[in-house]
Design a protein around this ligand. Structure first.
Ligand SMILES: Nc1nc2c(ncn2[C@@H]2O[C@H](COP(=O)(O)OP(=O)(O)OP(=O)(O)O)[C@@H](O)[C@H]2O)c(=O)[nH]1
Ligand SMILES: [Mg+2]
Length: 375
């Protein structure tokens, strides 16, 4: 499933160039490279957060029954998609706090909420937002939803111009390819035309085709979250260098529990690579649930005790290193820390003879990442 930007968004990452070079040198087998000092460590602010508290907010808005609560439940709570049929309509804003490689919040809005109502505290809602996700039910009559979206975009551009708007053209399962591409084009054109007619700039509006019944919803969320990661530029550079050094086809850094990938190398990506990788993450999570151990207890714990106890392992994340042939390609997975896993698609030739080199480079990558996401 593809997405399309109306406008090229400005680069979000402002990480100091010398820090970026240091990170890249780390990966280029230069363990003696200077470590970025603590004072140089990238501050974890989000692009739009006026509070600069580093906790981006994702607002899920759209018409009634468009699928907002289903999206939140499936992606963040692992609700099986068919069970969303039994979700009740949302009557008040549901705020959820996600603790992961970075903390963020997801606010699920009731469909009927009217932001122009004087009782609606717009500053509280839009003042510290990371991204606004507008969900449109593509299986229903969507003209009203598009009209409301246009009004909202215009309101935001006048009052909160820095907000990123992400349009999820949702429930695309069950639609024929032709119908879907027509629907997609109609929605994009209507937004574009209305904004042009009203003299507003197109701004940062992106469109995604999504469904909770396949991987598209995770891919769309991944792209939204990536726009909120302050360190995305260096992360992508690191992954691209890793791929070049180890002859990998594609590398993804996954948030294990949500299956959102927070970065990938800069080579073109296709949905099938993401699908293979995310299914593998699922498998590993299932195995970890049986054989894994809870590392929460070790946080800030006694290092000596950890080292001595072979049952507990070491201070680093429990590492699962795998080389397995799947769908004609070898996959390599390494758990980076308790939230993140690196998955690499190795291509056709057998990477077993390069495994030591790959392990070494991935180890260096892991060390570097600790400085970006220190938890
Ligand atoms: N076919 C299909 N149905 C979906 C999808 N996502 C959600 N639904 C269905 O859409 C219906 C409405 O979903 P909700 O998540 O409750 O919608 P909502 O936007 O939260 O609705 P309100 O809380 O009333 O504003 C449910 O029956 C879901 O099963 C999807 O991707 N495909
Ligand atoms: Mg709801």
């Amino acid at each position: 499933m593809g997405d399309e930007n109306l406008h090229q968004s400005p680069p979000i990452s402002n990480v100091d160039q010398s820090a970026q070079q240091t990170l890249i040198r780390y990966l280029q087998d230069l363990p003696e490279a200077d470590k970025p000092s603590a004072s140089n460590a990238p501050s974890r602010k989000t692009p739009n957060s006026r509070a600069n508290d580093g906790k981006p907010r994702l607002l899920l808005m759209g018409q009634r029954r468009s699928g907002k609560s289903s999206i939140s439940s499936v992606v963040f709570h692992k609700l099986p998609p068919p069970e969303t049929l039994y979700l009740e309509t949302t009557t008040r804003i549901k705020k959820e706090y996600m603790h992961s490689f970075m903390d963020f919040q997801v606010w699920d809005f009731p469909g009927h909420l009217n932001y122009t109502d004087p009782s609606f505290d717009t500053e509280e809602i839009f003042g510290e937002i990371g991204a606004l996700i507008w969900v449109i039910d593509a299986q229903d009559d969507f003209f009203d939803a598009v009209t409301k979206l246009n009004e909202l975009i215009q309101y935001l551009q006048e009052n909160y111009p820095e907000i990123i708007v992400e349009v999820f053209i949702h429930k695309v399962d069950g639609l024929s390819d032709d119908y879907l591409s027509d629907t997609y084009q109609i929605i994009v054109d209507r937004v574009q035309d209305e904004l042009e007619d009203s003299g507003h700039p197109l701004g940062n509006v992106s469109f995604h085709r999504t469904s909770i019944y396949d991987h598209s919803i995770y891919e769309a969320f991944s792209k939204v979250i990536q726009k909120l990661i302050f360190e995305i530029g260096p992360l992508e550079s690191l992954l691209t260098t890793l791929c070049a050094n180890c002859k990998m086809e594609k590398a993804y850094l996954f948030d294990v529990l949500s299956k959102i990938y927070i970065a990938s190398d800069l080579s073109p990506s296709d949905s099938s690579s993401y699908e293979i990788s995310s299914e593998y993450v699922d498998l590993v999570v299932d195995i970890s649930e049986i054989y894994g151990w809870d590392r929460n207890e070790l946080e800030g714990g006694d290092t000596e005790q950890i080292e001595e106890d072979p049952e507990v392992g070491n201070q680093d994340a429990e590492s699962l290193i795998v080389l397995e042939k799947k769908n004609g390609s070898y996959l390599y997975l390494k758990e980076i820390n308790k939230y993140l896993a690196l998955i690499c698609i190795m291509g056709d030739d057998s990477p077993t003879d390069r495994k030591a080199l790959i392990d070494y480079n991935v180890g260096v990558f892991q060390e570097t990442l600790k400085q970006i996401f220190p938890r």
